[in-house]
Write a protein that binds this ligand. Sequence first.
Ligand code: ARG
Length: 444
Amino acid sequence: MKKETKISDFISSFSFDQRLAEYDILGSMAHVKMLSKCKIISSGDGVKIINGLKAILKGLNNDKKIPKQEDIHYAVEKELIRRIGPVGGKMHTARSRNDQVSLDLRLYIRDEIRQIYDLLADAQKSIISQAKKNHEAVMPGYTHLQPAQPILFSHHILAYAWMFQRDKERLKDCYKRVNVLPLGSASLAGTSFPIDRKYVAKLLGFRGVMNNSIDAVSDRDFVVEFVFALSLIASHLSRLCEDLIVWSSAEFGFISMADEFTSGSSIMPQKRNPDAAEIIRGKTGRVYGDLITLLTLMKGIPLSYNRDMQEDKPPLFDAVDSMKSVLEITAPLLLGITVNPEKMLEATKNGYICATEVADYLAKKNVPFRTAHKIVKDMVKYCIKKNIKLDELTGAELKKFSKNFNKDISSFLKPDKVVYMKSSEGGTSPKSVKKQIKDLSSLL
Ligand code: ARG
């Protein structure tokens, strides 16, 4: 049976923008206060409208839904008029849905930025707590996923806490551009009513007003920018989860995840799969998709407002919902990790991980680093052939490679000694890592 498509349903955004109801009402309250202060409407009418809006808001808080209209802006207005009569129609004086929708989005995003900022701080706290608990656990550091140099586990996970710090700064910076008032631009041209935009900005906590009414109704940079910030958070989390997944595999065994973040297999009874971390990793694609949707949506549409822009909300809400659900479990997931320092140390025996240290040892004895690099490369080749480790070379064998080798080389071959040598600022030595923890904690 062919179902009739109703054009009004097709045009409507109510199914998704009704979640902006509260912001729409708060924005309208400030607008009406201004209309009445500027004597554009009488103070009596202003009070009636504001009381009506308050009643709608109260209803919403008690789960009383506003009946469906073309969009949330019409729905609130219609409901207001139903409650207080035609005077409710004065609310829309000196504004348009074009500046109104931008205002609602800005109020919504401001709130979400604050919440996501706090969730990132929670994740940082979990990392700091793990870094303190396992401060001196030594593990192989990898480049190209090949053993590279010994590092501290605490150093490795703190790298993520610094990424989250940048994510927080990015959100803060984005907030600055979100936090400007578009209202008062009306459709696109401004208005002939004697409005006071600065007053509305003050009432709603905006740092200022948008300078160009056409820009104000056309701009969705702040949505794109915010979803980009979320995308980068997703990228960071996907890398973190990849590390956790690899480390928790039987082959690595560096960590185990708390049971509640893993699940079994329906067929293989022995399995504990890192599902939560995998889903976090998987959400990244979804959030990138939202970003690409927004960028594509905004490409090439003429100024000023176009109805295409209504399609900004589903990807925005999806990105926010996805990232909040992800971030809400990130902090407990990180806190629930158990580290196996023995396994980590054991793994540092593979892959000639102290080779760079040996080259540095020679370089410190005045051998040009490039020559030292070649000497150690030959040493490693020799060891691979003999199937031995660097610390199994005899004194005589070492001397054959370079007369500069002395007994003191032995500590340069021990991963748990080598990490102490990396005392440069920001390096992996326990002392440097301690300073990192202090510096980061002071930023939280
Ligand atoms: N529902 C619309 C949106 O989300 C509101 C603005 C409509 N403006 C207009 N001139 N049709 O973008």
